[in-house]
Design a protein around this ligand. Structure first.
Ligand code: ADP
Ligand code: ASP
Ligand code: MG
Length: 815
């Protein structure tokens, strides 16, 4: 004897029903077969809506019933040859008329009782199973259609009736004895109480019907045919990398389904487990896929202690607290009795070892009832002030790790909370069953999808991570970065097991966001087709997406963009800035951002603020963190000024050399920020701060070589003024040349003081041989007292800056 159950999507259309028939015919060759069928997909929902519309006085129920009728009639017409259709067509029409009469009654009364609703929804499985039976009959397949309502006995809790197992077993055995057949077709979900009134077994209950049939008739196997290829490591609609679990124990399957894995209805497992009947989960649409086998303990060597991750959304936490609970026996039992009396299901329980509080999780829909029930049960203690009135928190969800073997693996909860914490998911409460088959965390509803993905990544994709980027600024550096990301995407996936996705891009005019990732080969078009840039909306979207391993990248020089970092960091979105404004603004701003990154367990990196792609800030902070003391920094930090002084020899006007630097992309948009020393001041300020100095721009001495009149007006005015002052620049050059030296714009920091200015450098000096747009930084420290640690190389240019940003991105995501 074998039992096969086909779910709603498996019988949703005539085409799917054909697949079902093919599978059951192939199976029924080997021994007696019982087939349990769900209603056509969506029909139960539609029937519930019809009933509710009718009760609410809306005639729209008629349209809904009409579409239900059409679907069923169409199925009959496709499945059965024309000559043999008419009896079944008129039978379907009769049933649909009955549903209409029922709804009319509801409409007139303005009331839909649970009993009437059960009667109404029972038509769903009645129709689908009868149609499949009709199709078999037309193909002359010997079988019996058996009415589950006559075979499954329940109490009268309509909508979620409790099964009387003994009576059911007797009814079923008597039935098969009286009507022996090779094949039985039964409607799922429906049953009846002792007075033969129709009841239902709860949403998704057809699985349970099948388990009851299997247990009652001592079947050898139960097969649950659905629309996925087995029980998976997580809900595949949420986790794209979820994979099929090949074998799982009854306990684990039960635990996963209780915690939201909809693929099997939770009560299903118990009856088959009690009878030791193996269960297969199979895919109607891919029947050759092996599926999942659910059986007793699975002893084989497993890939890991966690078998699956599931979640329940819309949950509420009820906390009962007060000194009057300490050492008083029976408080917990009174609490649970009060909830049980209202038929409120407790999803999880936690109690602090101080006994000062008990916290229980219930479904959001039960929250208010639960609060009232518990407050009433403890009204005496609450009145005396020994216990506080119940505290209720809503909009929560539970995420559960499930696995029989978790108990023998230490550190799983640590890994769970570590992964959640790193991604800014706040855990409100935790519960771990004594069996340790389940570790549950309560999180905010808005975080649940992210939490499931974070945990799936942590426990099932250890060699595979996702990185989600939001990139603002697509000019010289930004577009180079996009190019590099595209070029490296495949390498990272293959060799680093890192899936790099760009979720948002923006420049000052346009922005584009796509939660599935923007095609890096075509980002310009995505940007063009996007929306006008709205920075606040862009940031809000990044916060709302709430994706794991998110990094915001700022390639602009905009102050406005620098002002949004705090909103990102407080959502645990890492920030990588090539923009220097945040780190060189007032000290408290810089300090706060660093604190926020630490408090929210994320990162704020800005390596490219100094020396573009050169590793300067990273090594400096490594030295400081490892206990070195920086005594002095000397540096040439302006690629622009280097370029200018390396190319200027008074034969060509100074203004022309500066313009060339700007045209080649080595200057800030306003070249005065470079020439006036501001840019270098910002850089030495950032280095000084990274050494621990609480310094501001005003504390830096700027020995500027620029005539004051050049620093006023527009950029074009500036070029005119430069030309007017050619003699000044030629003089500086000539004087150095006469001394056998060259000009370098040097920044220094020592003993808490910083300065910048033009210096004449002699050939023996380490800064003399500095070509093109190179930068150099010398660190004199306790560990490098005489020979400084020196970093030297190209210190400007879009390519190297973009590669520095790229390196920060990878570091920021901690992958
Ligand atoms: P049926 O109509 O066949 O009873 P259901 O819709 O009730 O099917 O259950 C199958 C669905 O359960 C899948 O399509 C999938 O989206 C969802 N699901 C949730 N969690 C899991 C999981 N852990 N493994 C497999 N499927 C899951
Ligand atoms: N048709 C019912 C429902 O949708 C039962 C089932 O499909 O399992 O809930
Ligand atoms: Mg189901």
């Amino acid at each position: 004897m074998q039992v096969l159950k086909f779910g709603g999507s498996s019988v949703a259309t005539a085409e799917n029903m054909e697949k079902v028939i093919a599978i059951l015919l192939a199976a029924s060759g080997s021994g007696t077969t019982a087939v349990v069928l769900s209603a056509m997909g969506g029909v139960t929902d539609a029937l519930i809506s019809s009933g509710k519309l009718a009760a609410a006085g809306s005639e729209q129920y008629k349209q809904l019933l009409q579409t239900i009728e059409t679907r069923h009639l169409d199925a009959v017409r496709s499945l059965i040859p024309v000559a043999r259709q008419s009896a079944l067509l008129s039978w379907v029409k009769q049933r649909c008329n009955e549903m209409e009469s029922l709804c009319e009654g509801v409409f007139l009364l303005g009331e839909l009782s649970p009993r009437t609703l059960d009667r109404l929804v029972s038509y769903g499985e009645w129709l689908s199973s009868f149609i499949v039976s009709g199709a078999l009959q037309s193909r002359e397949v010997p079988h019996v259609w058996a009415d589950s309502r006559q075979l499954i006995r329940t109490d009268s809790s309509f909508g979620n009736a409790k099964v009387d197992m003994t009576a059911t077993r007797e009814l079923m055995n008597a039935y098969v004895k009286e009507y022996p057949a090779p094949l039985y077709i039964l409607p799922g979900f429906v049953a009846s109480d002792a007075r033969q009134v129709t009841t239902t077994l709860g949403r998704g209950g057809s699985d349970y019907t099948a388990a009851l049939v299997a247990a009652s008739l001592q079947a050898d196997v139960l097969e649950i045919w659905t629309d996925v290829s087995g029980m998976m490591t997580a809900d595949p609609r949420w986790v794209s990398h979820a994979r099929v679990i090949d074998r799982i124990s009854y306990q684990e399957a039960m635990e996963l389904s209780h915690f939201g894995a909809k693929v099997v209805y939770p009560p299903t497992i118990q009856p088959v487990m009690d009878s030791g009947i193996p269960v297969w989960i199979k895919n109607t649409f891919a029947p050759k896929d092996p599926g999942t086998l659910i059986e007793h303990e699975v002893n084989e060597d497993r890939k890991g202690p966690v078998r699956g991750i599931s979640s329940i959304n819309d949950m509420a936490l009820l906390s009962l607290e007060g000194s009057g609970m300490v050492g008083v026996p029976g408080v917990a039992s009174r609490l649970f009795q009060a909830l049980a009396a209202q038929s409120i299901n407790v999803i999880l329980i936690t109690q602090g070892s101080s006994e000062f509080s008990i916290c229980v999780g219930v479904a959001g829909a039960d929250a208010e009832n639960a609060r009232e029930a518990v407050n009433a049960a403890f009204s005496y203690e609450i009145g005396k002030g020994a216990i506080q009135p119940v505290r209720l928190e809503t909009h929560l969800a539970v995420v559960a790790l499930v696995g029989d073997n978790m108990k023998s693996h230490p550190g799983i909860s640590g890994r769970m909370f570590g992964a959640l914490g790193r991604n800014g998911v706040n855990v409100r409460a935790i519960a771990q069953g004594a069996s340790e088959k389940n570790i549950s965390s309560v999180v905010a509803s808005e975080d649940v999808k992210k939490a499931v993905n974070v945990l799936h990544e942590a426990f099932f994709e250890t060699a595979y991570k996702q990185l989600n980027l939001y990139i603002v600024g697509l000019g010289n550096v930004g577009s180079k970065l996009m190019e590099q990301l595209k070029q490296q995407q495949y390498y990272l996936l293959k060799h680093v097991r890192l899936q790099l996705r760009v979720i948002g891009i923006a420049n000052s005019r346009q922005m584009a966001l796509n939660e599935q990732g923007i095609d890096l080969g075509n980002w310009q078009q995505a940007l063009q087709e996007g929306a006008p840039m709205d920075l606040d909306a862009f940031v809000e979207e990044a916060r709302r997406h709430n994706l794991r391993n998110s990094v915001f990248v700022d390639n602009t020089a905009s102050e406005r963009v620098a002002l949004v970092y705090d909103r990102l960091l407080t959502r645990s979105i890492a920030v990588v800035a090539c923009n220097k404004i945040a780190c060189s603004s007032k000290y408290p701003v810089y300090q706060r951002l660093k604190f926020l990154a630490r408090d929210y367990n994320t990162n704020f990196f800005f390596e490219t603020n100094v020396g573009a792609g050169l590793p300067v800030i990273g090594p400096l902070s490594d030295m400081v963190r490892s206990g070195d003391r920086v005594d002095r920094i000397d540096a040439v930090l302006s690629g622009t000024l280097n370029f200018v002084f390396n190319n200027y020899d008074a034969t060509r006007p100074f203004a022309e050399v500066v313009r060339q630097a700007q045209e080649e992309g080595y200057t800030e948009p306003d070249p005065r920020l470079d020439l006036g020393g501001t840019d270098v001041m910002r850089k030495i300020l950032i280095l000084a701060r990274e050494c621990g100095a609480e310094m501001d721009m005003e504390d830096i001495t700027n020995n500027s070589f620029m005539p004051e009149s050049c620093m006023k007006g527009s950029v074009e005015d500036f070029y005119k003024e430069l030309a007017r002052h050619e003699a000044h620049f030629a003089g500086l050059y000539q004087k150095a040349k006469d001394n056998g030296r060259i000009l370098k714009f040097v920044a220094s920091f020592s003993e808490g003081k910083a300065q910048v200015g033009l210096q004449e450098v002699s050939p023996e000096h380490g800064f003399y041989h500095l070509y093109g747009k190179d930068n150099v930084v010398q660190f004199y420290t306790k560990r490098y007292p005489q020979q400084p640690l020196m970093v030297k190389g190209a210190g400007a240019g879009a390519d190297v800056t973009a590669s520095g940003v790229f390196a920060d991105i990878i570091r920021a995501a901690r992958v």
